[in-house]
Write a new protein. Sequence first.
Length: 67
Amino acid sequence: MIIKNDFFKENNNYLMQEKEGLNKAIKKLDDRFKKEEIDREKFLKQNQEFAKKQMELNKRIEKLNRK
């Protein structure tokens, strides 16, 4: 009997959903900055945090794709 193992596919799907959520958060932050709801310093600081999260997420996705 052969059992299909799709563990990595499910995990990758979870990471893609996380990536979509992060992209939505970045877009929302950008919209708030354009409407001048937040100041430039706060925008830049939050933008750096999002960049770090994106880099870590991309590394995790690449690691799963190698297996």
